[in-house]
Design a protein around this ligand. Structure first.
Ligand code: DMJ
Length: 645
């Protein structure tokens, strides 16, 4: 029809002049491009979109094995068990800049991406760094390497010795004995892992074998990498050396499997970073840079919000979890990268890592938040919330933790993180914080405006988080936040003391007459999680109220009585049953978090002082980037020299 109306064109079209054919082809190709482009703006659920877009563009397309993970959430032990499919002088693949100044903490953020910080976030902008990734990596492959990072200069920036004057040894004999007991527990857990599961990710203490699982994309030795810093701060040097040697000779990063970006980041990246900062051993820096680079393709999405699952091989393809609604990414996963990625930039001299996480933050700042709250699911394609479920426990937890810790790690210069954290806290207090009829303060979950009166064990970290954030909120709020932190920690302690084993359930409720107890069979398990003990540790440091050490000791006794078996420690299936049934798993976070927080609880405050260190969400200490050093550095930088060289 269209052709007939064109002057001088025959009905068949065979008589078209060359120039007319060209115009027609141009028009056709424009039309096709337009139609294809429009696919991106369709909702994720539209079938046509699923058909046309490849895995990386369409989160709704999940590979078969993802379906096996349906209904599992991060931190859930089952989540880890379902198969996904899946030496010093080693090459550092990233090009390391000779100008370390570009990536020093919050200031650096201002400098490297700061000129853009005022600009509006847009999907097109989110894609920008991807092009640069290739430039950085190809430079690396061309053999450019080297490091401008000076470990000695870093150490001189710390306010206090990392291990304290005397390894944090407490002056009174009772506390010292308790600390020795925790150290013995670590040795016992480690020796059994070494004997029965060496090189595997976890120990199965009942069957005395190893467990590899599917969370780490074929990476091995999660318990080793997670234990490095714990062994080091406990002074277990022989064991630390064994672990270091394994990393040097056996930690193979050339795996081609599919991994949880979040889990690899918090355990492997966090563990290696801490080990490097504590010991200065180059091997940890080399390994962590190599691994960090492998995580970058996860950010190649239309918005730059990474997906949950990434192939660690050269394809770098990524997927959303099969269980995540409409191909969404999870707040607690993409919101728990900031601390580690800032340090990856710090060590490599490349701003790329910082840019990736600053882009996430920019998007989160820009989008509308229901009642000021951050829902747990976000589409990496459209950048919109997918569901209105809000929780300070699983799926949301460590996003809030990383806001306040980003601020603290920047030596309190990252005011954007500060503002986001306190606004989020205000919204949480207004909408989620509740008092039970029995007077217990708890943080409920929110489902599109309706409260679910439940608190997960994971949410119990919030006592400690609110405590460390008490100093820097709105004027006059310090005592309020300290009180809130203490009340939540008290409630979590109640969830332990109301059980037969004196260990707390996975989730406890405040409805149908329940007060801090699990009402469902499926919520009764305890898998050696750290969150309650983590809050005791922070509250002890902040208040020195002896009850926190007493509560920590109650937990040690309960762990010894119910979780210690002949060949390690195991989770239990029902905290209310006096005859326990074990789950046959010694989680790697038991070594990295639970035992480390207990050890710190019974140590002096100068062991890893909070003025110098923040703990990532797997309890790996990362150093504060002190502005004092930044300023010295900036002053010399213009003259082509730095105090870090
Ligand atoms: C750990 O891997 C981390 O603490 C994470 O943030 C939540 N879950 C586990 C421990 O419970």
């Amino acid at each position: 029809m269209v052709l007939r109306k064109l002057p001088g064109v025959s009905a068949s079209g065979m008589g078209l002049r060359l120039s007319q054919k060209f115009v027609f082809l141009l028009f056709l190709s424009g039309l096709v491009t337009l139609c294809f482009g429009a696919l991106f703006f369709l909702p994720d659920t539209v079938r046509l979109k699923r058909i046309f877009l490849s895995k990386n563009e369409n989160p709704a397309v999940t590979v078969g094995h993802d379906n096996e993970l349906s209904k599992k959430v991060p931190g859930d032990p089952e989540h880890q068990r379902v198969a996904l499919k899946g030496g010093e002088g080693a090459n550092v693949k990233l090009k390391v800049s000779r100008k370390p100044s570009v990536t020093h903490g919050a200031r650096t953020v201002e400098r490297s991406v700061g000129s853009r910080a005022q600009e509006e976030w847009s999907p097109a902008r989110a894609q920008e760094p991807a092009a640069r990734d290739e430039r950085v990596t190809s430079a690396a492959h061309n053999g450019e390497r080297g490091s401008a990072y000076s470990y000695e200069a870093f150490k001189s920036c710390l306010l206090k010795p990392a291990l304290g004057r005397n390894q944090g040894t407490p002056p009174d004999s009772e506390t010292l004995q308790r600390r020795e007991k925790v150290k013995e527990m670590m040795t016992f857990a480690w020796d059994n892992y070494k004997r029965y599961a060496w090189g595997n990710n976890e120990l199965r203490p009942l069957t005395r074998n190893g467990h590899l699982g599917n969370m780490f994309g074929g990476l091995r030795g999660a318990s080793i990498v997670d234990s490095l810093d714990t062994l080091y701060i406990m002074g277990l040097m022989e064991e630390y050396e064994e672990a270091k040697e394994w990393v040097q000779n056996n930690l193979d990063l050339n795996s081609n499997g599919e991994a949880s970006l979040f889990e690899v980041n918090i355990r492997y990246v966090g563990g290696l970073l801490s080990a490097y900062y504590l010991t200065g051993a180059e091997i940890f820096k080399q390994k962590v840079m190599e691994l960090g680079e492998k995580l970058l393709p996860a950010f190649n999405t239309p918005t730059g919000i990474p997906r949950g699952v990434i192939n660690l091989g050269s394809s770098g393809t990524s997927w959303s979890w099969g269980w995540a609604s409409a191909g969404s990414s999870i707040l607690a996963e993409f919101g728990t990268l900031h601390l580690e990625f800032l340090h990856l930039s710090q060590l490599s001299g490349s701003p790329l890592f910082t840019e990736k996480v600053m882009n996430i933050r920019k998007l989160l700042n820009k989008i509308e938040k229901p009642h000021g709250l951050y829902p747990n699911f976000l589409s990496p394609v459209s950048g919109n919330w997918v569901q209105h479920h809000v929780s300070i426990g699983g799926l949301g937890d460590s996003f809030y933790e990383y806001l306040i810790k980003s601020y603290l790690m920047s030596d309190k210069t990252d005011q954007e993180a500060q503002k986001m954290y306190y606004s989020a806290m205000e919204a949480i207090e207004t909408n989620l914080v509740q008092k039970s009829p029995g007077g217990l303060t708890y943080v409920a979950e929110w489902r599109g405006g309706i409260l679910d009166h439940k608190m997960g064990h994971l949410a119990c970290f919030s006592g400690g988080m609110i405590g460390i954030g008490a100093d820097d909120g709105p004027a006059g709020q310090r005592q309020h936040y300290l009180d809130l932190a203490a009340e939540i920690t008290h409630t979590c302690h109640e969830s332990y003391s109301r059980s037969a084993t004196k260990l707390g359930p996975e989730a406890f409720r405040f409805d149908a007459g329940a007060e801090a107890t699990a009402t469902r069979l499926s919520d009764r398990y305890y898998i050696l999680r750290p969150e309650v003990i983590e809050s005791y540790m922070y509250m002890w440091r902040l208040t020195h109220d002896p009850k926190y050490r007493e509560w920590g000791w109650e937990a040690v006794e309960a762990l010894e009585k119910h979780c210690r078996v002949d060949a390690g420690f195991s989770g239990i299936r029902d905290v209310y049953a006096s005859t326990v049934s074990h789950d046959n798993m010694q989680q790697s976070f038991f070594l990295s978090e639970t035992l480390k927080y207990l050890y710190l609880l019974f140590s002096d405050d100068d062991l890893l002082p909070l003025e110098d260190w923040v703990f990532n969400t797997e309890a790996h200490p990362l150093p504060v980037i002190h502005k004092r050093c930044l300023q010295e550095h900036s002053a010399t930088q213009d003259h082509g020299q730095t105090n870090l060289e």
